[in-house]
Design a protein around this ligand. Structure first.
Ligand SMILES: NC(=O)c1ccc[n+]([C@@H]2O[C@H](COP(=O)([O-])OP(=O)(O)OC[C@H]3O[C@@H](n4cnc5c(N)ncnc54)[C@H](O)[C@@H]3O)[C@@H](O)[C@H]2O)c1
Length: 337
């Protein structure tokens, strides 16, 4: 096999970006099929990407597309059932985060992955493919900051996307499963231990509509790990300056800070308004390089017959912790894992 023939499901805000990368940017990917519930999105893929096989039904794509792998970028509520079905049809599977919205869904995926051990399976924890986060991981591994004992990590989206999020939250699992799931994965990755205790708080300070849906627009969570380390993970849907994802890792001999100021570039403007810079606007602008590296890793793992570093258990762990955060936030008490 010289190229991996891929069928993607989901052509929304993120799926279109993935489809573009798989069709045009990732050298060994061959995007052959697309599936969406939305006819206009299918026509976009046909016209803009020249994709030959278009499907309104996921089951039809699994049954009829000429593909080796399935790329899942549909709404979060469908990730688990689609991943399981694609594995059972014999396809390699990439699935966007969160891997599942319940532990039952995650267990079913883990079971399917075990039963199809010769197929590649990758969960889209994209930040692990970002060059700065990778470099930080190398520094931690070489002991540059001693023993890491605290991770502070936040995911903040531009306030103007709150309206989209109000719809998304109805099926996306809420702010912890949708946004903090990335910070949870990073904290586990950097600390190398499992979270055992969670206390999460949050409220709707700017958009009361989130509270009506049982969600929040700003949250913070204190977590402790089995090895004694700590994490402070926060999320916001109301950043007015731009997309502001950053992480700090504190160790016994030093601190690593990743992306603390979300500048678009290195230009600073000095004028009558003072000194200012443009800000990154959205997650895709921040992680564009990582999204491409993630796709390359999936395709190259298949071609080289090896397994990616991220495994299904990482997807389950992130869902388990995000669910515990949600429970703590809703019940106002500490949750023990
Ligand atoms: N890794 C990241 O940083 C990141 C960022 C944004 C979104 N995401 C994830 O990507 C996924 C998609 O997010 P989005 O913002 O593009 O959503 P979206 O609502 O814009 O698009 C969803 C797409 O899925 C399709 N779809 C939904 N259910 C389907 C089904 N049963 N069968 C076939 N197609 C179906 C819709 O037609 C649409 O094309 C979500 O799970 C989200 O959590 C990840």
């Amino acid at each position: 096999m010289e190229k991996v023939k891929i069928g993607i499901v989901g052509l929304g805000r993120l799926g279109k970006r993935h489809a573009f990368n798989l069709a045009n940017v990732v050298p060994k990917a061959n995007l052959r099929a697309v599936c969406s519930l939305n006819e206009a999105e299918l026509q976009w893929a046909k016209n803009e990407l020249e994709i030959p096989q278009l499907f309104l039904s996921f089951e039809d794509m699994l049954a009829h597309a000429d593909i080796d792998a399935v790329w899942i970028a549909s709404s979060s509520a469908f990730h688990a059932s689609q991943a399981k079905a694609a594995l059972e049809h014999g396809f390699h599977v990439f699935v966007e985060k969160p891997m599942g919205l319940t532990l039952k869904e995650c267990a079913e995926i883990e079971h399917a992955v075990q039963n199809h051990n010769d197929q590649v399976f990758l969960v889209g924890f994209v930040r692990r493919f970002d060059p700065s986060y990778r470099y930080a991981k190398e520094l931690v591994a070489t002991g540059a900051i001693g023993t890491p004992f605290l991770v502070r990590s936040q995911t903040c989206d531009l306030d103007e996307y709150a309206e989209f999020q109000l719809e998304f939250v109805k099926t996306g699992g809420g702010i912890f499963l949708d946004m903090n799931v990335h910070d949870i994965d990073l904290a586990r990755w950097f600390i190398g231990s499992e979270i055992k205790e969670i206390y999460a708080k949050g409220a709707s300070y700017v958009h009361p509509e989130f509270a009506k849906l049982g969600d929040a627009d700003n949250t913070v969570c204190l977590a402790t790990f089995e090895n004694g380390a700590m994490a402070i993970l926060s999320a916001s849907r109301t950043a007015f300056h731009g997309h502001d994802t950053h992480t700090e890792i504190v160790g016994s001999k030093g601190i690593l800070k990743i992306g603390m100021t979300p500048r678009r570039n290195r230009v600073e403007v000095f004028d009558s308004m003072g000194v200012h810079s443009d800000c990154i606007r959205d997650f895709y602008e921040r992680f564009e390089e990582a999204f491409i590296a993630e796709a390359r890793e999936f395709v190259e793992s298949i071609l080289e017959g090896r397994k990616p570093e991220i495994i299904a258990r990482d997807g389950t762990a992130a869902t388990r912790i995000a669910m515990a955060m949600t429970e703590s936030f809703k019940k106002g008490k500490v949750v023990y894992m």
